[in-house]
Design a binder for this molecule. Structure first.
Ligand code: ACO
Length: 209
């Protein structure tokens, strides 16, 4: 067992519905694949360059190996791989990865949300829930999010959740077939006060249920 894992977070009421976050499951395969095959245009330009065609990489039979890999990393304390649900249904993923402990105690955070429920506060709520969780129970002190400058919705999510822009990483990640510049956003524990969820609640952007 590693600090903060496994965990169920929420629920939180956001405009899209009742948001919760829980560990990825093997039986997410069907919904994970259905949504990702449909949402290729919504997702592909923001995701790491993959090996092989999108329909193969996102077929339901490719989930078990991804799930096993994520579970293995989670068991070693290197990753916290969560599924996002809205009203109890699969709605996307949020992952804390590359967890480094010792005197860095830092990791990255990344997320995606099903195209049929975007613009309903889901990603913002999920980022707030997971950030508070890893600071309070995961032993981490800093989270980083890297975003392409063109990704307006994701930049908005990080600003709403309370992350700060720290700089520009040039040719940083192999995304959508090329080395893409990324803005680096970050937050450290001391900046979060009573927590990012509390801040969303006090701004009227989410409600605890
Ligand atoms: N232009 C301007 N603003 C936009 C646009 C647009 N085309 N589309 C959405 N927005 C705004 C919304 O209005 C909202 O802001 P508001 O509340 O001020 O109105 C904000 O962007 C989105 O906020 P949420 O509703 O909390 O986020 P959502 O649940 O819609 O998810 C996400 C956002 C995750 C970026 C989703 O669009 C997605 O999955 N995109 C594809 C994958 C992706 O880009 N993932 C992030 C990669 S970067 C990273 O992981 C750190």
């Amino acid at each position: 067992r590693h600090p903060g894992w496994p965990a169920k977070l929420g629920p939180l009421r956001v405009p899209a519905g009742i948001l919760a976050v829980r560990p990825v499951r093997l039986r997410d395969a069907g919904e994970w694949s259905r949504v990702r095959l449909r949402d290729r245009e919504h997702l592909e330009m923001w995701e790491p360059t993959g090996v092989g065609p999108w329909p193969d990489r996102n077929a339901y039979w490719s989930w078990p190996s991804q799930w096993l890999a994520l579970r293995g990393l989670a068991r070693r304390g290197q990753c916290l791989p969560f599924t996002i649900t809205v009203d109890g249904r699969f709605a996307g993923q949020i992952t804390v990865g590359n967890v480094i402990r010792a005197s860095l105690r830092s990791a990255w955070i990344g997320y995606w949300v099903s195209s049929d429920i975007v613009r309903g506060g889901v990603a913002t709520g999920a980022v707030a829930l997971v950030t508070d969780h890893v600071f309070d129970f995961g032993g981490l002190h800093r989270l980083e999010a890297t975003v392409r400058p063109e990704n307006t919705p994701s930049l908005r999510v990080l600003a709403k959740a309370g992350y700060r822009q720290e700089g520009l990483f040039e040719r940083y990640l192999d995304v959508a077939g090329g080395w893409r510049d990324h803005f680096c956003y970050a937050v450290t524990k001391e900046e979060t006060g009573d927590g990012l969820v509390s801040r969303l609640v006090s701004k009227g952007l989410a409600e605890r249920v």
